[in-house]
Design a protein around this ligand. Structure first.
Ligand SMILES: [Zn+2]
Length: 92
């Protein structure tokens, strides 16, 4: 499905969703019934956020050339120290 835009001389523009390649050059206005011309406008392209784009690129690269490791990689998180108050607790 694609969105096609038509311009009515009296009512303005309106959109119609049709199957790809089936849009006629003219269409009847849904409001006043006049014959309307099809208008060519920019497609509704959206920009992908940098985080999502980086994730997709990493996934695609991993699919093509996966990174092979011989051992489990070290954790990226900093080593967690126990809370200092825990040292003061009585031990059995
Ligand atoms: Zn109209």
């Amino acid at each position: 499905m694609a969105t096609y835009e038509y311009a009515c001389p009296g009512c303005g523009s309106f959109d119609v969703r049709l199957a790809l390649g089936t849009a006629p050059a003219t269409r009847e206005c849904p409001v006043c019934g006049r014959e309307c011309r099809r208008v060519y406008s920019a497609p509704a392209l959206t920009r992908t956020s940098p985080t999502v784009r980086a994730s997709r690129e990493r996934e695609e690269q991993s699919r093509e050339t996966p990174e092979v490791v011989s051992e489990v990689p070290p954790s990226r998180r900093a080593a967690r120290r126990p809370h200092p108050a825990l040292a003061r607790l009585p031990r059995p």
